[in-house]
Design a protein around this ligand. Structure first.
Ligand SMILES: Nc1ncnc2c1ncn2[C@@H]1O[C@H](COP(=O)(O)OP(=O)(O)OP(=O)(O)O)[C@@H](O)[C@H]1O
Ligand SMILES: [Mg+2]
Length: 191
């Protein structure tokens, strides 16, 4: 059975999310696969921007929604930032993402994939990061009017639930090294 560890963190504002990403970047090793999941605006790209900065990338990461794959080679490790939002799952194999973690065609680095739920073949060993906005229950009237548009995203609170789930022994080891010193409000659950 694959070894698994899950850490659940609560970020009550943007800076806590950024601190968590920074902390994670400090323990990350070459060959790491990060699968990012969460709704539109939950903070996947924002998380990766802080992560990239902490790796030593001086240019601000932009969302790869249209470029699909952005490669950054300036930091402590190469970072391959991918966004599958615009693709159908059946189109993903043609990207040959495995080339990024095989370490033959590209220098081994960190592969971070937004909308990773579109992957048909999930690499068995990985770190999954789930971001979500803990919502208060809307009234019946409100719930009929909820529409994911720009206004909805602007009105989102800053609270985020961040789950880090390590699958596989090397990922479990990495997550154990990850300690939150910058987020005193974070509740950590290990199991
Ligand atoms: N605690 C927080 N953590 C992360 N982002 C936050 C937080 N509070 C507010 N935000 C804001 O939420 C927005 C998140 O947008 P972002 O583009 O990172 O989402 P995303 O998950 O990548 O969306 P998409 O699925 O469209 O790629 C940003 O405007 C960010 O500033
Ligand atoms: Mg994004």
């Amino acid at each position: 059975m694959t070894e698994t560890v899950k850490i659940e963190l609560y970020a009550d504002n943007l800076r806590v999310t950024q601190a968590i990403a920074t902390q994670l970047a400090q323990v990350i090793t070459a060959g790491t696969i990060i699968l990012l999941e969460g709704n539109l605006g939950s903070g996947k790209t924002t998380f990766m921007q802080a992560f990239g900065r902490a790796l030593g990338i001086s240019t601000r990461l932009t969302s790869p929604t249209f470029t699909l794959i952005d490669e950054y080679t300036e930091g402590r490790l190469p970072l391959y930032h991918i966004d599958l939002y615009r693709l159908e799952p059946s189109q993903v194999p043609s990207l040959h993402l495995e080339e990024y973690w095989r370490g033959e065609d590209f220098p081994l680095g960190v592969v971070a994939i937004e909308w990773a739920s579109k992957l048909i073949n999930i690499p068995p060993q990985h770190l999954k990061i789930n971001l979500s906005v803990p919502m208060r229950s809307p009234s019946c009237e409100e719930s009929q009017n909820i529409d994911i548009d720009e206004e909805y995203l602007e009105d989102l609170p800053e609270d985020r639930l961040i789950q880090l789930i390590a699958q596989g022994s090397s990922y479990v080891e990495m997550l154990k090294k990850f300690q939150i010193s910058t987020a005193p409000c974070a509740a950590i659950e290990l199991r």
